[in-house]
Design a protein around this ligand. Structure first.
Ligand SMILES: Cc1cc2nc3c(=O)[nH]c(=O)nc-3n(C[C@H](O)[C@H](O)[C@H](O)COP(=O)(O)OP(=O)(O)OC[C@H]3O[C@@H](n4cnc5c(N)ncnc54)[C@H](O)[C@@H]3O)c2cc1C
Length: 396
């Protein structure tokens, strides 16, 4: 990992040459392949199949997954660096990448049987298929224990019925980890995780979720109507679904923090350049203290976010050997980086003023994209709850 040194912007953590190379590779890829199409796909809301396939070929869809299971076999720091660079250019591509890596890949790696890893993880980590994660329902978001979908055991099979909402990559995923209630009386302790093959009868894609930002990522409802699956598709034990869902979100939140950082940096870079070039009242607007202070706050929050993300990435990496949770580190990184992202997007629109509001520049897209980082994989309120409970020693 990193040692003390200096970066172009001053004293900072420097990366090992391997990590620097990964970052540069992701940066070059994002600039060459994603930057030219980001605005077009944001406008149309279409899923960018071609670039996602290329991300798969580059190893970006299973960065931390061992090569035996189709992944790139790199570490958590490599993952956050690559994701940050992709999101600096387009957060929608970042969402697709993050769900594939952390919500699907990490769940299989941590909780899957050997057979499940080969069958479900390998194609997804190698980028040949897309994975998704489905916890949310129309009537239950933060409070998963009230979900209405049901799975009933029938001999060696389970029969699933219900409607799940807001599934990122829902219409394009080959495999989805679906969290379904098997014992409603036990509330969240009655939830079970299933590995759903979306090509089987009884599964269908429901309505498209119309949304403000990350528009090129496909988000839909999914529907189970007497969907029959063998017990071998259960991930973990019956009733362990909530535990799995939360453990997986710890990993996911580090990804969303990196996404937020990427968006914040894009806002900052554009604002700095604009403040140096744009003139008003006979001077560069950066010379106005009101603009300079905005830039100072943006830069400081970005660097603080980066440190929290590195801390969380190192904690996750260490957990691979120790098995220790990294819930607190992940929540703090997600909370701070997502609020930084929104802060920077708000400031960037203000600094660009009319041009910040215009579709001629990507600033308004950054503004729309930044907001989601405060909502999914646990809202900012839920992150504060997690952090406070951890500090107070209260049971989650
Ligand atoms: C673009 C997008 C993509 C998504 N992708 C996925 C996905 O791939 N898979 C998936 O399962 N879900 C996904 N989600 C769902 C997302 O995780 C939920 O929207 C989120 O968890 C919040 O749930 P909710 O929208 O039902 O809000 P609610 O839980 O209804 O919350 C409403 C408000 O109440 C607050 N609140 C709730 N409980 C508390 C509390 N205890 N204390 C304080 N405040 C509280 C919330 O913070 C929020 O402000 C996605 C959502 C979006 C918008």
């Amino acid at each position: 990992m990193a040692t003390q040194g200096s970066s172009p912007s001053g004293p900072s953590l420097t990366l090992s040459s391997e990590h620097e190379m990964i970052r540069q590779t992701a940066r070059d890829f994002a600039q060459k392949e994603i930057a030219p199409i980001a605005a077009e796909f944001d406008e149309s809301g279409e899923f960018p199949h071609e670039t996602v396939d290329k991300m798969g070929a580059m190893g970006f869809m299973g960065i931390e997954i061992p090569e035996t299971y189709g992944g790139a076999g790199l570490d958590t720091l490599a993952y956050v660096l690559a994701l940050e660079e992709i999101c600096k250019v387009d957060a929608a591509h970042g969402t697709i990448m993050s769900v594939n890596n952390s919500l699907f890949g990490y769940a299989l790696l941590r909780f899957g049987t050997e057979e499940q890893k080969h069958k479900y993880l390998e194609p997804v980590a190698s980028g040949k298929a897309i994975g998704a994660y489905s916890l949310t329902e129309p009537m239950s978001g933060s409070d998963a224990g009230t979900m209405r979908s049901r799975a009933v055991r029938k001999g060696d099979d389970y029969v699933l019925n219900g409607r799940k909402s807001w599934v990122t990559s829902g219409p394009v995923a080959r495999f989805i980890i679906a969290f379904i209630m098997t014992d409603p009386e036990k509330k969240h302790r009655g939830i079970t995780a299933f590995l759903v093959d979306t090509q089987l009868t009884g599964f269908s894609v429901g309505k498209k979720e119309p949304k403000l930002g990350i528009r090129a990522s496909a988000t839909t409802e999914i529907v189970f109507e007497d969907f029959c699956c063998p017990a071998s598709t259960r991930l973990g034990q019956e009733g362990e679904g909530f535990k799995i869902a939360m453990a997986v979100l710890d990993a996911g939140r580090i990804g969303i923090a990196s996404q937020a950082l990427g968006i914040a940096e894009a806002c900052y870079d554009a604002s700095l350049q604009y403040a140096r070039e744009r003139e008003a009242f006979g001077q560069k607007i950066g010379e106005f203290q009101g603009i300079g202070f905005k830039l100072a706050d943006m830069k400081t929050r970005i660097e603080a976010s980066r440190l929290l993300i590195i801390q969380a990435a190192l904690a996750k990496q260490a957990s691979k050997a120790s098995g220790a949770r990294f819930t607190l580190e992940a929540s703090m990184a997600k909370l701070f980086a997502s609020e930084t992202s929104m802060f920077c997007a708000h400031a960037a629109v203000q600094i660009h003023a009319g041009m910040g509001y215009s579709k001629e520049l990507p600033i308004e897209r950054y503004f729309r994209d930044a907001k989601i980082t405060e909502i999914y994989e646990g809202t900012s309120e839920i992150q504060r709850l997690v952090i406070a409970r951890s500090e107070l020693g209260l049971k989650g």
